[in-house]
Ligand binder design. Structure first.
Ligand code: TXA
Ligand code: MG
Length: 352
């Protein structure tokens, strides 16, 4: 049977890419059989396993080469399913679910006993999110159980935002990719920890701290903190172990610089790396480009910049340049907080 042929991890498997509309039933059957399926969500593509099967979940870590201490997100069909599998899904969680689900908000709550410890890297908590993309919704409905899914890239790499990106990362390692088109949001979901008081945003995304704050203040008067703010209690970082590491990074050495610093960067390159082939990512349209240098334009509109950020990093990474230089966009709040966070994780500070 074709499914049995795909069970060995040692031997390469054939990776099929199918239109999400046509592949749902087979994808659900693979998940039920303990296999992995990559699928589109509105943020980035996910690498899914049936969240109730410990062996299938372990397979995610193996296929992604993900460190065992980095917990996964559990995707659910709706709030009812979230409440069924989590514990401590309280009023704060309900308000946020009603306001932001389905959508790019992940909430850390207590882990129920139907979710194996492997999903959360042994933590007593679990991260839960209800994705808005139709393909993800239909897959969850067909399976009838939650799906554990990290982004569908090898650990440390840039997250995939198209089926082709997933194929480039995981070909020969998984049996099926459900192609749901390019992702609308382009950066991973906002992660908020609701097991602490006040709640803490652990990873910025397109659902911003301001939006969460507004939703909670109106109903409960609850405050929200964000990771990296000075007021934040020190142990929040340790609560999400995977997030302190370098992440979302191209293979090519990548540096970030500040707007207005480019002339200094160019002078430094001329002096120390005169022969380096350089690709520069910038929101500025200025075409001051030398012979050895290529410019990739990042949109100055936040949502578009986020949507295409990983594609642009992948493009920069795929063409054999010696250096990638990314201009840090100014902090204008909203989705720019997430964009700046991802650029920071993808790069080292210039000068080296
Ligand atoms: O948009 C997204 O969230 C995508 C799509 C596929 O849904 N998924 C995604 O998963 O970005 P991943 O594994 O790349 O990122 C999950 C993040 C990690 O930083 C992890 O540390 C955090 O969520 N996380 C998961 N479970 C947690 C928990 N129990 N406590 C704290 N942080 C947790
Ligand atoms: Mg990831």
């Amino acid at each position: 049977m074709w499914m049995a042929a795909t069970t060995s991890l040692a031997g390469k498997v054939k990776t099929l890419v199918r239109a999400a509309g046509e592949g749902i039933a087979d994808a659900a059957a693979l998940l039920r059989a303990g296999q992995l399926v990559a699928f589109a969500t509105e943020t980035v593509y996910g690498l899914g396993a049936d969240a109730t099967q410990a062996a299938a979940v372990r397979r995610i870590y193996k296929v992604k080469r993900r460190p065992a201490d980095n917990p996964l997100i559990v995707h659910v069909l709706n709030q009812r399913q979230a409440e069924d599998y989590a514990v401590g899904f309280d009023d704060v969680a309900r308000i946020l679910a009603r306001r932001f689900w389905p959508g790019p908000l992940t909430m850390v709550v207590g882990r129920g006993e139907k979710i194996p410890a492997e999903v959360s890297a042994g933590l007593p908590t679990m991260a839960v999110r209800c994705p808005a993309h139709k393909a993800a919704q239909r897959l969850l409905a067909a399976l009838g159980r939650p799906i554990a899914a990290p982004s569908a890239n090898l650990s440390g790499h840039v997250s995939p935002t198209t089926a082709a990106d997933v194929l480039a990362e995981l070909e020969g390692r998984i049996p099926l990719i459900l192609d749901g088109g390019p992702c609308r949001v382009g950066v991973e979901s906002t992660v908020i920890d609701l097991t602490v008081d006040p709640p803490v945003v652990l990873r910025p995304g397109s659902v911003t701290v301001e939006m969460i704050h507004a939703a909670l203040r109106r109903k409960l008067g609850t405050r929200v903190e964000a990771i990296g703010t000075t007021s934040m209690s020190g142990n929040a970082v340790a609560k999400s172990p995977g997030m302190s590491k370098r992440h979302y990074a191209p293979v090519t050495p990548t540096y970030r610089y500040l707007r207005g610093e480019w002339h200094q960067v160019r002078a430094w390159l001329n002096r120390y790396r005169p022969r380096a082939r350089v690709v520069r990512l910038s929101c500025e349209k200025s075409g001051a480009v030398g012979g050895q240098e290529v410019l990739i334009h990042l949109s100055a509109k936040g949502e578009q910049c986020a949507r295409h950020l990983y594609k642009n990093l992948r493009t920069a990474d795929s063409r054999g340049y010696d250096l990638i230089l990314v201009e840090m966009p100014p902090d204008r709040g909203h989705v720019w907080t997430a964009i700046r966070d991802r650029i920071r994780r993808a790069s080292q500070e210039w000068p080296p």
